[in-house]
Write a protein that binds this ligand. Structure first.
Ligand code: SAH
Ligand code: SF4
Length: 428
């Protein structure tokens, strides 16, 4: 199966296969900023061509002849900032107000193709089609739970599966008011960080999501649910700060008045603790919120369940957090999953209190969501409350999250994993 590409004329200029991952010889043909690559696929030879705007994965059957593909790596229209739209519009000799019209069609009227943009001249629409991709994400499954948490499984243009969770109004979730609808979105396909308790890491990392794939989760969830989303948490699949440029480009569009218009203070990025990127995020002008997945109050406990702690230990991470807090003048949130007999002891609670007070941060305690195939479990409700009261007795602002959607496998990565396993069973 070959995806993400279109057949094109020979001669080809490059061959890149998994078997020979040497630097591909690619000659680029540039038309304004559209780029095209010619790739040759050989029979029965797995091939993978990766470019920041395009992914081609394929294998031809043995009996097939060689096939040449023309791969267009045009940027997606929903990955473009307003200034880039204006630049493109003027390159195409159209008046600048066309950029505003395009943005309106994308983010207000929610067009699903250039053809929908009926007040743009037809010839201009054709040029846009040549210059930009307009990818769509396809809804594969929607699960709703009793408390109306909804979980979406989406398929991307290269067949990758990602998931998003729509959480109904909930008091004080990440600093938001109680009337806000929150969506938890993914930033990568899979995750490379391999936390021991997490479904997203179980099958490893495939690729980063592009800005349009991040934004489309919000647009598609609004369309599917009929709800207006006004709070975004980057707590789905993947490590957002490992996909920094695409994440920031998506956030700029989510936040912009010409884009989705969601205030920076209603956008929370969660990280497993990439200390250098926390510092980098501190330099960004937007006042987005930061949540740190701590899950252990000592290197010993954290290191057992989060491999990232070996690269950036607690002190390195907390120093980066000090820096973030000083630059942003806002309170950080520490996420702390309670896992029975792993990180739920009174001693961990006391040490956690010390860490949180040092940063004047707050804590979200999250009872662990069971993941199929993993042996971890959540402590009893009494133990959860005891952990919470140790924190509160020490003056720490802490909440114990009632895990919405426990009944629909709401923890990140689980629906995808379950669906992939079902599909594998069907194929075999
Ligand atoms: N990679 C980032 C963001 C995605 S994970 C991070 O780790 O912060 C979002 C949150 O879900 C993290 O706090 C993560 O630890 C938590 N999480 C993962 N698996 C979980 C599970 N089974 N039950 C409860 N929370 C889980
Ligand atoms: Fe990746 Fe976050 Fe899951 Fe860890 S918790 S494996 S960083 S998604």
């Amino acid at each position: 199966m070959v995806t993400g590409c279109s057949p094109g004329p020979a001669p080809y200029d490059s061959v890149w296969t998994d078997a020979q991952p040497a630097t591909p010889k690619i000659t680029m043909r540039s038309e304004t900023r559209a780029r095209k690559f010619f790739i040759r696929l050989e029979p029965n030879h797995p091939s993978r061509f990766l470019h920041k705007n395009c992914l081609l994965v394929g294998r031809l059957p043995e009996q097939a002849g060689n096939v040449d593909f023309l791969v267009s790596t045009n940027e997606d229209i929903k990955s473009s900032q307003f200034a880039e739209l204006e630049e493109k519009v003027s390159e195409l000799d159209e008046p600048l107000y066309r950029a505003r019209q395009i943005a309106d069609w994308l983010y207000q009227k929610r067009a699903q193709s250039f053809d929908d943009m009926t007040d743009l001249p037809r010839a201009f629409r054709t040029k846009l089609t040549e210059q930009f991709n307009f990818a769509k994400i396809e809804t594969v499954r929607v699960l709703g739970s009793r408390d109306t948490t909804q979980k979406f499984l989406f398929r991307l243009s290269d067949e990758s599966l990602i998931e998003s969770v729509l959480i109904p109004a909930s008091p004080a979730l990440y600093g938001s008011r109680s009337d806000r609808r929150t969506i938890c979105i993914s930033t990568q396909v899979g995750c490379a960080y391999g936390c021991k308790f997490c479904a997203s890491g179980l099958e490893g990392f495939s690729r980063n999501l592009k800005p349009n794939e991040i934004i489309d989760q919000i647009i598609a969830a609004e369309r599917e649910s009929g709800e207006k989303i006004d709070n975004i948490v980057f707590m789905g699949m993947g490590e957002p700060l490992a996909n920094f440029e695409n994440l920031m480009n998506a956030i700029r569009i989510i936040n912009a008045p010409w884009g989705l218009g969601i205030g920076a203070r209603h956008i929370t990025v969660s990280t497993s603790g990439l200390a250098p990127q926390v510092r980098k995020l501190a330099e960004e002008p937007l006042q987005i919120r930061l949540a740190i997945s701590l899950h252990g109050a000592t290197d010993e406990v954290r290191g057992q369940i989060m491999p990232i702690n070996r690269r950036y230990n607690l002190e390195t991470l907390l120093t980066a957090c000090d820096y973030y807090a000083s630059r942003k003048k806002q309170r950080l949130t520490f996420e702390y999953i309670l896992i029975a007999d792993v990180n739920d002891s009174p001693d961990q609670a006391r040490r956690l209190a010390r860490i949180v007070r040092r940063l004047q941060a707050k804590v979200n305690l999250i009872p662990y969501n069971t993941v199929h195939g993993l042996a971890w479990s959540r402590p009893s409700p009494e133990q959860q409350k005891q952990f919470l009261s140790i924190l509160r007795d020490r003056g720490v602002a802490a909440t114990l999250r009632r895990e919405k959607g426990h009944d629909i496998d709401a923890a990140c990565g689980q629906l995808r994993l379950q669906t992939k396993r079902e599909l594998e069973r069907t194929v075999i």
